[in-house]
Design a protein around this ligand. Structure first.
Ligand SMILES: Cc1cc2nc3c(=O)[nH]c(=O)nc-3n(C[C@H](O)[C@H](O)[C@H](O)COP(=O)(O)O)c2cc1C
Length: 212
């Protein structure tokens, strides 16, 4: 037997275990302190993203307070679940904000936010996400041109349904120079959203809130 005692690994192991426990505690503490702030920031970002399609319209409460999600298959544009934010004032519905997907953009799907008031009139529309070409199709973004603003105050009777097209196709809406696929996709998606709202308005406002 050797006279030399083997050095014990126990003190090192205990130190490591204590350090791991302290780190775990610190991570958990940081999470519990920052989580509510992150959630509040996300909520504020969502509200700021929704508000532009309701410019000049009075409403009560937070825009994301009363939400429903329509799962596919549905008659709305795109085959993804559609989130609808219901907006109220004075106890009655004021508008519904739809997050829909135009499937047939030049470079892929185009995510749109479309606001529709209780009379079926567009309160505003904005492009949320797209992969259209810079300088061509990307002029659908409100930061790049006013093109998307031409849908404000439009409805299925203004213009009548067949005129929901670019001028070149006999419609009422401006095209984009050198890019007619992108505007066709956006116009069709907004028109389909209005048709859906026209046919399902009662259900849109009657459905139980998905947030609850
Ligand atoms: C590199 C490249 C990028 C293009 N990007 C777009 C686009 O973002 N949106 C679009 O509508 N057309 C885009 N086009 C043009 C289409 O190919 C098409 O020519 C155009 O939409 C006009 O359609 P028209 O032939 O009916 O006039 C692009 C073409 C090229 C070559």
């Amino acid at each position: 037997m050797s006279a030399l005692a083997k050095p014990s690994i126990m003190p090192g192991g205990i130190i490591l275990a204590v350090l791991a426990a302290v780190c775990t505690f610190l991570v958990a503490l940081t999470h519990s302190v920052t989580a509510p702030r992150i959630a509040a920031n996300e909520q504020a970002f969502l509200e700021r993203s929704l508000a532009p399609v309701l410019e000049g319209i009075s409403y009560e409460g937070a825009l994301s307070e009363s939400t429903i999600v329509i799962a596919p298959p549905h008659d709305l544009p795109g085959n993804r679940p559609v989130t609808i934010y219901r907006v109220y004032a004075g106890g009655g519905p004021v508008a519904a904000l739809f997050v829909v997907t135009a499937r047939d953009g030049f470079s892929g799907p185009i995510r749109l936010l479309v606001g529709v008031d209780a009379e079926g009139t567009v309160t505003g529309a904005r492009v949320l996400e797209h992969r259209e070409t810079p300088g061509l199709g990307d002029l659908i973004e409100s930061s790049k041109s006013d093109w998307i603003l031409q849908f404000n105050d439009r409805s299925l009777t203004n213009p009548p349904e067949p005129a929901w097209a670019i001028r070149r196709d006999g419609g009422d809406f401006d095209q984009l120079t050198g890019a007619s696929i992108t505007p066709r996709a956006v116009i069709r998606a907004i028109k389909e959203t209005l048709i859906y709202f026209d046919r399902n308005q009662a259900a849109v406002f009657a459905e139980a809130n998905s947030n609850e």
